[in-house]
Design a protein around this ligand. Structure first.
Ligand code: FAD
Length: 322
């Protein structure tokens, strides 16, 4: 079922989550354990991140380094297909522009279509870690907008090869990313919103936001989207803060602000458990207010940690039998 169909059902669960593929070499069991812990909350959908390649350097002789390209967390498409079959839950693979030619993207979309995955989140993707700045492939897409166009074309049966005849149309429901606190590269919030509107006008049917810790940022973002004529569901992304080091890591990596009240409660915590509790309490209060204001669903960034998300879901949603 398409995500928009799920969200338009008044009885749908107000809980969804993002999972990370396991590190290369690890078993898919870690994903199943996370799913087993979170399935009782009856997730509306589960999305799975895509991690682009990184450069690593291996010593191959005295003073001699060999540069290698590795993808540390492969498996997004396989995990989505496995979860769809095993749990009968809608899965949403993240499809990124970075590192892929348009042809490779088309082939990945064909794979997804064949295994029955009909939802995708279309993203530009992060820069290669050591490069700092996003560089598209010579024959790849520079922006998520271009990827949305490609998927919409495929939904019309338009493939890259103009000579294909009687080609089958896919039926992907496309989501895109939005940034309540502005994407860090955008020169200003208005221009960021302008590009977001273009993604929606091109065919994106819902938006998932970057994590935020101050609900007012989300509410103001939704208001600005609506004023700009963006009328698709805007799903709030939530991340429970769990360690004191995240006070500096989260702003650095995700370009988000942490409210002073949250910072003070984490700084005042004396043990790791108290820090975790402060983060969970904060996120619970965020989730309760968002639910009161009628958000489409609460979307949790689990980032490999299942307990904080399960605890917040238990507090705000209660346990629902799967
Ligand atoms: P875009 O929409 O392409 O925007 C990128 C920047 O360019 C913005 O500043 C925008 O304002 C500007 N812009 C957009 N279109 C144009 C245009 N046509 N011309 C000029 N400027 C333009 N990263 C991963 O690598 N893997 C993941 O799995 C992943 N999952 C994510 C999930 C969510 C919900 C979110 C919010 C982010 C995720 N990211 C992921 C991070 C994301 O890839 C980065 O934030 C990336 O820098 C931007 O991606 P985007 O799709 O928002 O890009």
């Amino acid at each position: 079922m398409n995500i928009t169909e799920i969200l338009s059902d008044p009885a749908h669960s107000r809980f969804s989550m993002e999972l990370l593929p396991p590190l290369k070499g690890q078993h898919i069991d870690s994903i199943y354990r996370t799913m087993d812990a979170l399935m009782p909350f009856n997730p509306a959908f589960v999305d799975v991140t895509y991690h682009r390649e990184e450069y690593v350097y291996r010593e191959v002789g005295p003073g001699l380094l060999q540069k290698r390209t590795v993808r540390k967390r492969p498996g997004t498409v396989g995990i989505c297909a496995a979860l769809l079959n095993r749990y009968e839950v809608e899965t949403v693979p993240h499809i990124i522009c970075g590192g892929f030619s348009v042809e490779e993207t088309e082939n990945a979309l064909i794979d997804l279509d064949f295994v029955g995955v009909t939802n995708v989140l279309a993203l530009r993707g992060d820069a290669i870690r050591s490069e700092g700045r996003f560089k598209p492939e010579a024959d790849g897409h520079p922006y998520a907008l271009d990827l949305v166009h490609q998927i919409v074309d495929l939904n019309k049966g338009i493939y890259l090869d103009p000579d294909l005849r009687n080609s089958t149309a896919t039926n992907f429901c496309i989501g895109v990313a939005g940034y309540p606190e502005k994407h860090f590269e955008a020169p200003n919030p208005d221009s960021d919103l302008r590009w977001l509107k273009q993604k929606v006008d091109a065919g994106a049917e819902y938006i998932i936001t970057q994590m935020f810790f101050d609900n007012e940022r989300y509410f103001a973002f939704v208001d600005r989207c609506r004023e700009a004529g963006i009328n698709v569901p805007i799903i709030p992304g939530l991340k429970p803060l769990t360690t004191a080091s995240q006070l500096s890591v989260l702003p650095q990596v995700f370009h988000v602000d942490l409210p002073e009240q949250l910072v003070k409660s984490v700084e005042g915590a004396k043990t790791r458990d108290q820090v975790k509790k402060a983060g969970i309490d904060w996120c619970t209060a965020q989730a309760e207010e968002l639910l009161d204001r009628g958000v489409p669903t609460l979307h949790f960034y689990t980032m490999g940690k299942v307990d904080p998300t399960a605890e917040i879901a238990r507090r705000v949603l209660g346990t629902v039998s799967a």
